[in-house]
Structure formats: structure tokens, C-alpha cells
Design a binder for this molecule. Structure first.
Ligand SMILES: [Zn+2]
Length: 426
């Protein structure tokens, strides 16, 4: 059992940073074969990283080793920043185990929360030390509680940025198929018109680190997605969230839903299957990030019987096309797979599909570290290996800059200076 952090002060900041207790100023030197700093596509051979307490004190080729430091040798590995999952749902489990409707309708909050603690642990052990968790899908504000349990050392897990319930236009989300007016559990909070702004505020007051809006969705079974909120509604919601210092994420797969979300000033767009060159150009112009969630499309197609052969199903092909168009427009790409649709801990799946979609492994590794950190407003403390940053570090076997699958071979996980996986120092 690793040493659990005992003393945590909940910082006032949106994303709480634990304080460092004096007795936890332990010094650890990590000696891998090479370091990937999260920002540059160059392996730094012969570098070492010194950690004091929960921060990186030094990183480089000539780190002075204090005699009291314990040294962890990591032969054969690349040390890199803890990875950041851009789009998770820790309160969902794979749809081929239980369809989404049944999870929302029939699984109790206690059951879902118990599962989520396991999902949190396997995510951390897979080297993902931070997640942007984009909605509990019917599990209320349980993500806030899970985040606190992780921060307090009660259960192991990644740092969490939580969206809580997410917000959908009334009538525009599921589960469906019930007598109108009969109350059934829903996958998100319904709000629209003037009430939408208050829903944003209530979610923030209840612990949301960011707001997720569904800018489009299927209005009925078998329908294609169509816009849900008006541009004016989206603008009002974004204004309320931004004035409270929270980013806004838009689920949008139609060109018009994306266009409205961009015009309204959202920070990132998720899915984007039908995005046009015009929409991606607008995203680039306004600095909106794009999370293509290729792995979710891949997983859902396979659950429906696709074996990976060509031609790809429409949904899978559209994801790759969207990624290509976004890259051509110069849009910042998020690494976030919608994990939860597929198994937690398999976060590398999205990274591998991004490479399949034409990105260089090094660019994907940068997206999963400093790229996501900057996109989510965490770049001042996470996503890079350099002095002063929080000690979220992962060692992987091999070179992820040339073979992205190396991120699956996790030899060490350190989060906030606490070693969760890997050899003990001597
Ligand atoms: Zn999602």
C-alpha cells in the first residue's frame, strides 16, 4: 500500500491543489533512460528528475542529487508527465456490458459510485493522473464526492475536473420511450430559456469545475442529430459559466450545433463528426479546442458487430474525417476518447486511433500531456516535466514519441509526489 497523503487542505481554487505537509518534503530522484518533457518531441536521454514533496524540483542532465534523496532506477523507460484524459465518464461502464439506458435507469447511485471508484483506480494505474470527467450521466453530483474522496486519499484515482450533471435542452435527451410527463431518470439536467443560466449557476455552486452543454442531439429515435439550444441560449450559458471562472464544453456533432457553440464562445467541442472546413476555421480563429472521441465511435461500431474491416462504418469514418479537417485548419486537438463507453484504463485506445488518423505519435503524446493541460487551464502546474510543476509523472517502457502504444506499458505512476505504482526507491 503506498503512503497515503494524510493532510489535505482544500484549496479555494476551482481545481484544488493539496497543501504540502512538512513531513512530506521527501526527496526522490527518478532515473529513467530518457525523459519526454510533454512539450517537445525530443527524448532527453540521460536526464533525471528530482521530486521534493509534491513538486518537481529539478529536471535535466546534471541534477544534483542530495544525499538524503531516495533513488528510483527506471531502466528501459521514458519518464513523462502524468497523462490527462480529456473526455471521461467515470460513472459509466462499457455499453456492451450494460446499455446506456439501463445504466441510467436501473443502476442505483450506490452501485454506480462503487464502480466509479474502481474506474478511478484503473485510470490512475494506466498512467492518467488527471481526467476531465464530462458528466455523470444520471448519477447526479456523485462526481464531486468521488473527486473529494480521491483528494482526501480515501480512494486512489486521478485528479478530476468534473462537469457534474451536464445540461440538455428539455426533451432532447434520454432515456426515452416513456409516456410524456412521466418522470424517469435522465442522463443530464434539462434546462432551457432563462432557466438555463440558473442551471449553470446551480451546477457550479454544487461543485462543477466546468459546464457541459449538449448543443445538438437526436430529438427522437432514429433521427439524425439536430441543434438543441439556440445561439442566444448558448451565449447566455457561456457568459454565466465564464463569469464564474469555468470553462464550457459543448457536445456537438452537427455543423450547425458546432457553429452555434463556437459563436457562443465555448472552450472545447466534443465529437464534431459533421464538422465542415468553415466550422473548423472558426474554431481555430476563436481558439476552441477539439476532442474527436474516435475511440467511442470505434467502440460503438464494434458493439454493433463491426470487425474493424474496411470500409469503415459511417460513424467511424466521420470521426477520422473530422480529425483530418480540424488538423488542416490548425485547431488544437484534445486527447479524449469518451472513455466509459469502453473500458476505463483503456485510455490509450484514443491515442492509438489518433495516430491511425494521421497524427504523429509525438503530437499525440504532447496532446495527452501539455496540450490537454493548456487547453483545460492547467498548464501552469501540470502537463510538463520541469521545475516547479506538480509531481505527476509516469514512466513507460519504450519510446512513446515513435510508438504511441508504449503508453500502455506503464512502469511507474506518481501523482502529486505520491508513488502509486513502480519500484520503491533505495
Ligand atoms: Zn461523453
Amino acid at each position: 500500500m503506498p503512503l497515503l497523503r494524510r493532510i489535505i487542505a482544500l484549496a479555494l481554487a476551482t481545481f484544488a491543489v493539496p497543501s504540502i505537509a512538512a513531513e512530506e518534503q521527501a526527496l526522490t530522484l527518478l532515473r529513467p533512460d530518457a525523459v519526454f518533457d510533454g512539450e517537445t518531441a525530443v527524448l532527453r536521454r540521460g536526464w533525471a528528475v528530482l521530486v521534493r514533496g509534491n513538486r518537481i524540483e529539478a529536471a535535466g542532465p546534471d541534477v544534483a542529487v542530495p544525499p538524503e534523496a531516495s533513488v528510483i532506477a527506471l531502466p528501459g523507460t521514458t519518464l513523462m508527465p502524468g497523462m490527462i484524459e480529456g473526455h471521461s465518464h467515470l460513472f459509466l461502464h462499457p455499453y456492451n456490458e450494460t446499455p446506456w439506458d439501463d445504466q441510467v435507469l436501473h443502476e442505483s447511485l450506490a452501485l454506480r459510485t462503487a464502480r466509479a471508484t474502481v474506474h478511478a483506480r484503473v485510470t490512475l494505474m494506466a498512467g492518467f493522473t488527471t481526467v476531465r470527467d464530462l458528466g455523470t450521466e444520471g448519477a447526479g453530483y456523485a462526481d464531486v464526492g468521488l473527486k473529494h474522496a480521491i483528494e482526501q486519499g480515501i480512494v486512489p484515482g486521478p485528479r478530476m475536473l468534473v462537469a457534474t450533471r451536464a445540461i440538455v435542452a428539455p426533451g432532447a435527451y434520454g432515456p426515452r420511450g416513456f409516456e410524456p410527463g412521466v418522470g424517469v431518470p435522465l442522463g443530464a439536467e434539462e434546462a432551457g430559456g432563462p432557466e438555463l443560466v440558473n442551471a449553470v449557476r446551480r451546477q457550479i455552486g454544487a461543485g462543477a469545475d466546468l459546464i457541459k452543454l449538449y448543443a445538438d442531439y437526436r430529438w427522437g429515435p432514429g433521427e439524425p442529430s439536430r441543434p438543441t439550444f439556440t445561439e442566444g441560449e448558448l451565449k447566455a450559458a457561456v457568459e454565466a459559466a465564464h463569469s464564474a471562472g469555468r470553462q464550457v464544453v459543448a457536445h456537438a456533432s452537427t455543423a450547425e450545433g458546432m457553429r452555434r457553440a463556437v459563436a457562443a464562445g465555448v472552450d472545447t467541442i466534443e465529437h464534431g463528426d459533421e464538422g465542415t472546413p468553415e466550422v473548423f476555421a472558426a474554431m481555430k480563429a476563436k481558439g476552441v479546442g477539439f476532442c474527436p472521441t474516435l475511440a467511442a465511435g470505434d467502440a460503438i461500431a464494434r458493439y454493433r458487430g463491426w470487425n474493424g474491416a474496411v470500409p469503415m462504418p459511417k460513424g467511424v469514418q466521420e470521426g477520422f474525417d473530422a480529425l483530418a479537417k480540424a488538423r488542416k485548419a490548425g485547431v488544437a486537438i484534445c486527447m479524449g476518447g469518451d472513455v466509459g463507453v469502453y473500458a476505463h484504463g483503456d485510455n490509450a485506445r484514443e491515442a492509438e486511433l489518433m495516430v491511425k488518423g494521421g497524427m504523429a505519435p509525438a503530437d499525440v503524446a504532447i496532446a495527452a500531456t501539455s496540450g490537454n493541460a493548456k487547453m483545460f487551464g492547467l498548464g501552469d502546474r501540470l502537463g510538463t516535466v520541469k521545475a516547479g510543476m506538480l509531481a505527476d509523472l509516469v514512466a513507460v517502457e519504450g519510446n512513446p514519441l515513435t510508438d504511441i502504444s508504449a503508453i500502455r506499458k506503464v512502469a511507474l505512476v506518481m501523482k502529486d509526489g505520491v508513488l502509486w505504482k513502480g519500484p520503491v526507491g533505495r
